[in-house]
Design a protein around this ligand. Structure first.
Ligand code: TXA
Ligand code: MG
Length: 367
């Protein structure tokens, strides 16, 4: 089960029917326990799992993903009662958040316990932990009997995978197996919250919203901003280790327009018209309601979902980016979804997919 230098094809383990799940999870757990690498579904994205207590297995994750060691990994647990095995001291707030949001897409940064190798967290004194809510992830954690480190199961800097096919696009032949339970429900990664800073600081927006956390932590801060309001968050780089500005990136050039009101849509139409006039093939990622604005244009549309239901948009974003990126476009153009609720995570991922910059369009109402 040597994952370092693994060159055979990656084993595909179906995990949809009850019988599949039993058999596949038991097999995958054996691979994890013997130091191998198994990609598995979580409610956010597919993760690339390894035994969090095994330094060689952790090293194999970095090589399979071609990920720099400066980018820390998240440790996954079957329940909050296992926290003491990976965390050196647990503040009451961690239990309160765990009670409210676990299992679910929230990662807590806490002081690292000595049983977890320093390479998990780029040599730092902290560790990111979460309890995922996908039944297959929970079954794997239970069957393995060890905490599991799992970065998103993509090559470094590529778009995160929300299906087993996406995992294989990036990692086939580099990992031992992938558990296939179909598409992920949330579609963007977990929210990362640093509880070792005072006040607690949101390092990466994700599946649990800033507003939901602010209900529990009134003075929560947003990394990269001097205010607690996401609407005034600056575009400066976030402060978390591993928070590169270019990330989640398609290979096709992507321009993201930020702003509401008709002005943003006009700017997107103008950019698309310019590219078409220059002979370029253009793909557009927008909300369902924006489709009709492109009716007369020779562009390919990826409709991500209704603006009123950003859970649908989040679920579809990465698959749409991968799909358009696999076709022969010269330019992709996308529109943000505000910064309320899941809009903040979508804003963050679209900005990073565009290499760290947005084209800001102010509306007449003064966005
Ligand atoms: O939803 C998710 O979180 C997925 C699934 C598989 O659980 N995992 C995931 O892992 O997105 P990854 O490795 O792609 O992103 C983890 C990020 C790091 O890049 C870093 O920004 C932050 O979480 N992180 C992890 N440990 C940290 C630490 N000790 N201090 C600060 N940030 C940390
Ligand atoms: Mg990732």
């Amino acid at each position: 089960m040597a994952s370092r230098g693994h060159h055979g094809p990656t084993l595909q383990l179906p995990a949809i029917s009850y019988d599949d799940v039993q058999r596949s999870v038991e097999y995958a757990a054996r691979i994890i326990r013997s130091g191998g690498l198994v990609a598995f579904p979580t409610e956010t994205v597919y993760g690339l799992g390894a035994d969090a207590t095994n330094a060689d297995a952790i090293e194999a994750i970095f090589s399979a993903k071609e990920r720099p060691h400066s980018d820390p990994l998240i440790v996954h647990l079957p329940s909050a009662s296992a926290l003491a095995t990976v965390v050196a001291s647990i503040p009451p707030l961690a239990y309160e958040l765990a009670e409210r949001f676990w299992p679910g897409p929230l990662t807590l940064i806490l002081p690292r316990a000595s049983g977890i190798p320093a390479s998990v967290s780029a040599g730092g004194p902290t560790v990111g932990v979460r309890v995922p809510r996908h039944p297959v992830a929970l079954a794997l954690l239970q069957a393995s009997g060890v905490p599991i480190v799992a970065p998103s199961a993509n090559r470094f800097m590529h778009t995160s995978p929300t299906t087993a096919a996406h995992v294989l696009e990036d990692l086939d032949g580099r990992i031992d197996a992938v558990l296939d339970a179909g598409p992920c429900e949330v579609g963007v990664e977990s929210t990362v919250l640093n509880l070792t800073s005072d006040p607690p600081c949101l390092l990466r927006p994700g599946g649990i919203t800033f507003e939901a956390l602010r209900d529990v932590i009134a003075n929560i801060r947003l990394a990269g901003s001097t205010s607690d309001s996401p609407s005034v968050a600056s575009q400066r780089p976030a402060l978390a280790p591993g928070q590169m500005e270019r990330h989640y990136a398609p290979r096709t050039p992507l321009i993201v327009f930020d702003g509401d009101g008709p002005e943003a849509l006009s700017a997107i139409l103008a950019e698309a018209a310019r590219a078409i006039a220059a002979g370029q093939r253009v793909g557009i990622l927008v909300a369902d309601e924006e489709a009709e604005a492109f009716a007369d244009m020779p562009v390919t549309l990826a409709l991500l979902g209704p603006r009123a239901d950003l859970a649908v948009v989040s679920r579809q974003l990465y698959a749409a980016l991968r799909e358009l990126d696999s076709q022969d476009f010269d330019l992709l153009v996308a529109h943000t979804f505000g910064r309320e609720g899941l809009g903040l995570a979508l804003w963050d991922r679209l900005r990073k997919a565009a290499g760290g910059t947005l084209r800001t369009v102010s509306s007449s109402e003064g966005f």
